[in-house]
Write a protein that binds this ligand. Structure first.
Ligand code: FAD
Length: 535
């Protein structure tokens, strides 16, 4: 039976009016899908603290994220829907009436509520291309209260000044609280819910092994991880060990099922001191570090942060090479296995993400953004703040010295010596003796005949000559490297780069590695800080 069309926004009659003398606040949830340690909720509930204060928790399904124009795979959308059902439960568990769902352009939906006298509160988190634009419209036309309180430094000329100390102060501070008994929780019945949206947009993931979304699953994962944190350092690198051996919390942090602070405090309290704990905690700082970058310069998602690097590889765009990389058919087994695993499961560990980005940009020499967009589409944890900034760092678009070139053959030898990961995802190589998996194309023909795996038939030859392409890239990059380092001395570029050492750190790189000799650095802050970028 055909369903009636989805409503586009609540009708005027459905929206309760806020009487004069009372207050009503819409909590517009986006990527903060929890009620605990949520600064937006605390701000919306705060102040008056009397029973007249009404709160309306809201999520708006925005058509821009659904259908063909959306930037997220169906598995990420399904994960989001799980998180929303869970958020609805969280409100009910504290005596509320649940979450209001709406569908349509969020600005139009919110306008209706603002017209009825509601104030709007939302998380002021850095966002991707669409989100930045949407929030700009919301700020201008609706006077939305964008709330910080997430450890990031805002509205300061030098956000990186004593940045790590300030993040630490936030991480160790008490979580923010609100009292559901002090407010009246409201809900509008709009006839929209995640199930109806999924049907209307035919959301149907083809991925497997994707975890369920929501805060309760996230908390279970956190608890289980805390109990095995000692093994974490040994599990990070191998793509097989990492799948269960790292925390697996990234999609939950991305959708805000847990706050970074909650995770930090649980690990600090629950895990013994040691290398595992300190490595994990440094990664929580990286999470904040990359978010700070996008906050400092929203352009990270679009263009190379260093102007000298703009357009690098653009003239080499070869759709066939890009297609081979996306499909996992490049002839480099570690990269192919990873790319197929990404498409099938929506997750990769750090090392294989970095390796795939490196082969794409440094060896296939293709334009970075197409690759970054592909990751962003398929990752369940796809987070604009981390994905695009990581891509730029990995590709060398910042203009720092030292290329992060990963050798995929070495990757097999170091990370998957028995070929477990490679043959799981590239089954056509399953019968090839493991010692040939790093470079299948070099397998003697007699061995190929014996095992029945013929390179060039069952599995492709490398789509480019690895050593030649890598050297070519080094030469090309070397030609612009000094100019790129020089540009870091430019205050605007240095601010955009948002390095952990601040503007002075960027200028120091220019002084040491640029072409222009004897540049003196002027100091912006208390000097460079921990090398959060150095991994
Ligand atoms: C090209 C590229 C793209 C990436 N895109 C994303 C992305 O879209 N979303 C995302 O969450 N991570 C991204 N990462 C970082 C990293 O790979 C993932 O955070 C990690 O693999 C997630 O698994 P986990 O939660 O089990 O990690 P754990 O090792 O358990 O780490 C815990 C948390 O720390 C943070 N973290 C860990 N490593 C990093 C890092 N290198 N940079 C920033 N934060 C980090 C994440 O929030 C992570 O959930 C990317 C890395 C690269 C190289």
């Amino acid at each position: 039976m055909q369903q009636p069309p989805l409503p586009t926004r609540p009708t005027r009659d459905a929206v309760p009016s806020i009487d004069e003398g009372s207050a009503g606040a819409v909590v517009w949830h986006r990527t903060d899908l929890r009620i605990a340690d949520n600064p937006v909720l605390a701000a919306a509930a705060g102040g008056r603290g009397d029973a007249d204060r009404r709160l309306l928790p809201l999520f708006v399904f925005d058509p821009a994220f659904y259908g063909d124009g959306g930037t997220a795979c169906d598995a990420r959308i399904e994960f989001l829907h799980d998180c929303l059902r869970d958020l609805d439960r969280q409100y009910r568990d504290v005596g509320g009436v649940g979450l209001t769902y709406a569908h349509g352009d969020p600005i139009a939906v919110l306008e209706r509520l603002v017209d009825a006298g509601w104030d709007v509160y939302a998380q002021g988190a850095p966002s991707g291309r669409y989100g930045t634009n949407r929030d700009g419209r919301a700020r201008e036309s609706l006077d939305v209260n964008f709330v910080g309180g997430d450890g990031l430094v805002r509205d300061e000329p030098y956000p990186r000044r004593e940045w790590s100390d300030r993040v630490e102060a936030w991480l160790t501070d008490d979580p923010v609280d609100w009292d559901p008994r002090q407010v009246r929780l409201d809900r509008i019945d709009t006839g929209v819910d995640p199930g109806r949206i999924a049907d209307a947009y035919a959301v149907a993931s083809e991925k497997t092994d994707v975890p369920a979304g929501g805060r309760s699953v996230a908390r279970d994962r956190l608890e289980s991880f805390v109990s095995r944190l000692g093994a974490y350092p040994g599990n990070i690198s191998s793509p097989v060990d990492a799948r269960e051996g790292t925390s697996g919390l990234s999609p939950y942090l991305r959708f805000g099922c847990l706050s970074v602070r909650e995770v930090y405090q649980r690990v600090e309290e629950g895990a013994p001191d040691g290398r595992g704990k300190s490595m994990f905690i440094s990664r929580l700082y990286w999470n904040r570090h990359y978010r700070q970058k996008l906050l400092d310069w929203p352009g990270w998602v679009d263009r190379a942060v260093n102007p000298v690097m703009r357009g690098f590889n653009r003239d080499r765009h070869d759709p066939e090479l890009v297609a081979a990389w996306k499909a996992g058919e490049t002839g480099f087994p570690m990269v192919d296995a990873s790319m197929r695993c990404l498409r099938e499961t929506g997750w990769l560990n750090f090392r294989t993400r970095a390796m795939c980005a490196s082969l794409y940009f440094h060896v296939l020499q293709q334009p970075w953004r197409i690759g970054a967009d592909h990751f962003y589409e398929h990752l369940i944890d796809g987070d604009a703040a981390i994905n695009y900034t990581q891509w730029q760092s990995q590709c060398g678009l910042v203009g720092r010295p030292g290329l992060r070139l990963y050798n995929p053959a070495k990757g097999v030898r170091d990370l998957d010596p028995d070929g477990e990961f490679v043959t799981r995802w590239v089954p056509e190589l399953a019968d090839l003796p493991a010692r040939h998996l790093p470079r299948p194309e070099k397998t003697p023909l007699a061995v190929q005949d014996d095992c029945g795996v013929r390179i060039g038939e069952e599995y492709p030859y490398p789509v480019v000559d690895y050593e030649g392409a890598r050297q070519e890239f080094r030469d090309r990059y070397g030609e612009v490297g000094g100019d790129a380092a020089d540009r870091l001395a430019d205050e605007t570029v240095a601010r955009r780069a948002s390095l952990s050492g601040g503007v002075s750190g960027a200028k120091a790189i220019a002084a040491e590695h640029g072409n222009e000799p004897d540049r003196t650095t002027t100091s912006e802050s208390g000097g460079s800080q921990t090398g959060l970028d150095e991994f």
